[in-house]
Design a protein around this ligand. Sequence first.
Ligand code: RNT
Ligand code: ZN
Length: 415
Amino acid sequence: MGFDEARRKYSALGVDADRAIEKLKTVPVSLHCWQGDDVRGFDTDPQKPLTGGIQTTGNYPGRAGNPQELMADIDKVISLVPGQVKLNLHASYAIFEDGEWADRDKLEPRHFKKWVDFCRERGIGCDFNPTFFSHPKCDPLTLSSPDEDTRRFWVDHGRACIRISQYLAEELGKPCVMNIWAGDGYKDVPADRIGPRLRYKKSFDEILSEPFDKTKVYPCAESKVFGIGVESYTVGSAEWCLKYASGRDDCICLLDNGHYHPTELVSDKISSILAYDEKLALHVTRGVRWDSDHVVLFDDETREIAKEVVRCGIDRVFLALDYFDASINRISAWATGFRNFQKALLFGLLQPVEELKRLQDQGNFSKLMVMQEELKTMPFGDIWDEYCRACGKSLDGEWYPLCEAYERDVLSKRG
Ligand code: RNT
Ligand code: ZN
């Protein structure tokens, strides 16, 4: 059909496809560095298992084993996806030089200088995450530990990460979203539920007492319902994070759509939070039965999340991806999820929002259903192709061969 015809069809519905394309080009989506190396990082023994209730499954060859490889892989992904990429780093990806090593409570901005150079050369911003897992000081609790030395160590890590986030924001001239997630919890029925939650609160307060510029660093609290090995109780539950973030002007609620009961939908939570708070942060992932962190697809819930973000105000939501699949080509996994979320956002931007709202307010639910259904078979693919072209990136059908070539020429040669 082609773009012109598709644009005409959308225009007949009152939707400006050119405007949707222009808008999406400016919306940053954070690309998580941890898809490239199965969440191992560089600061601890890479042979040690991932802890904190998260797990990667699969052993597809080609995993990035050092900063150079990870950077090369991120570059490859950036070359394969349209849109405004931002990098999302974990503290465990600190880059040490000349035999130096620093524990997590002693991390400094300079340990991320190489990443700053990487982002600056590519003109992209950088988000950050303290790493409260895969470390000998997880007892297994961290910020909620009853052991004061352990708790203090992790608070100091959080404070170091605030300083690093401030550095990233200043150096790159773009805000840094600093997300706090800790897998603290218990496998079996606890005897004291409030104790860890009060200590968690105290620890968050202490981390956020580290001075930072509120227009540059945006701390978030990410909740979770359960993790592997911590099935019965999670300290940072949905209610805990919601209450904590809403009680402060310097903390944002972060919703990860893998972190709820299977029938709960994050698409239905976004508006509740934005009815109260100015900002919200998302981890877009795909849970299959549980928080399995499968690659994001162009599926109903991803589209519904994107539609909701657009309707509530796309500039009010910090968007990030969070999935890790070690069973398929990791570059392909990364790019598929990023492209799919771009598709979902474009799909959201192409909805005749005002008209649909009017039908709802008029109680015309028959027409509302008909329109919402017919929108699904609009010539969306032609607008998507045009968006990829406008970003100077490969169309569907063109990028995967490049991924295969990279696997052949680079990934398959890794030890
Ligand atoms: C874990 C959380 C968390 C992590 C990353 C690595 O369940 O979703 O966001 O996936 O921080
Ligand atoms: Zn997450």
